[in-house]
Structures are given as C-alpha cells and as structure tokens.
Design a protein around this ligand. Sequence first.
Ligand SMILES: [Zn+2]
Length: 248
Amino acid sequence: MPDHRGAVRALRDAASTGDPGRSAAVAPRDRARPRVAFLGPPGAGKGTQARDLAQDWGIPQIATGDMLREAVAVGTPLGREAKRYMDQGALVPDEVVVGVMRERLAQADAARGFILDGFPRTIGQAEALARMLEELGQELEGVVYFDVPEAELVRRLTGRRVCRQCGTSFHLASAPPAREGVCDRCGGELYQREDDSEVTVANRLAVYARQTAPLLDYYRERGLLQPIAGAGSVDEVRAAIRQVVERQ
Ligand SMILES: [Zn+2]
C-alpha cells in the first residue's frame, strides 16, 4: 500500500502552487496504461486482480477500502466517521469517500493511468468521479464488472483471511497459506476481518445489491461497461480482463 500520508502532504504542497480551477484538454488514450474502474460485489476478487494488473501496467491501484481502513487505523476524524459505517457493514457516505479519492487522483503517479478498486459504488460517486477527471483533463475508459454468483461470494468472503502486515488475502478453501495463520509473503499474522463474518457478509451483499447495482445501468448506458466472468481462477479472470481492457 502506498504511503498516502506522505502523498497527502505532497498534494497540499502542490495545491498551494497549482491552479485547481483550470480545465485541461483530455489526455490521449494509452492502452498500455489504462484508466479503468473495477466494479463488482465484495469478494469478487477485484483487489487481487487490481494489484497484479496495476503492476503489469505500471499504474497505481487506487483502493478506497485500503485508504479508508488506514484512516480508521490512524484514527483521523474522517477515519472515525468511516468506522461507524464499516462496523455495521454499511457503505461509507459519498462525501467522505469522494474527499479521499479527490486527493488521491490528483497525485502525480495517477496522471498516466490508474485502476480504481472499489470506487465508484454509487451513482453520486460516479458523477463526482466524472467531474474530478474532467478537472484533471482525463476520462474513464472502461468499467470492468466482475460477475460472480451470490453463493460463491458468501463462500469466498467467510473463508478469507488477511495479513495484518502486507494486506495479502488468503482463503481457507481456494488459496490457503502454507502454514495456518501465517502469511506466505511476509510471515505476518493472518486474521478474519470483522466485515468478513457471516452476518456482516449477508448485510454487505444486500447493501451492495441495493445501492451499487444501478451503476451497471449507468455505465452500460455510457458504453463503458465491460462484464467479465469472475468465478474462474485468478489466471483466467486476469486474462479476461486484459482482453477487454487492452482492446478498448
Ligand atoms: Zn503478509
């Protein structure tokens, strides 16, 4: 995960000398460094794919969940507000999420491309994103939708274990660590996130269906929606994403 506290400081410095009201021409499309969002329910595998593909494409993975969890861990005012919602399995309000994303997208490493992971989740966020990108002289090129059956999502979410140190996800059934409770990558301790418990999972999926599903229509109407079958292996899903994004 990038150190966005340092990056926020850098942003503040840049903002004091920049001209935030200026609207630049839209930057040309670069298939090797796309500007895309990954959309899909919790447990669809967006995070794993975004991490791997961000590395392949040399662009940042911008994950709202990671940024919000760090704000919660640090205990910032924004983090304390976000925690109230996250503990209930509810969505964090648009104005909180949009504020975090606005700061992140303006950072230098996002200028040539990005993968948005977990954002936008509502029509309001999608509209805010379009305005933010216009201010930056950019536009969203595609929205990859991870289509996964609900029963498979429940199975995946309750079996997930996450490393406290590096954030790598494992799964008790499909991707277990070599040693129980220990991260293969860094030796850190694995734990079950509060929001992966069964009650919270059911609530999260219901919230997702109600509040986020309309985004499919929003992006379909704009010709940006690119559905992929998200129930396959990690390699199969990655190949499917590359195929739709790189031929845009
Ligand atoms: Zn680890």
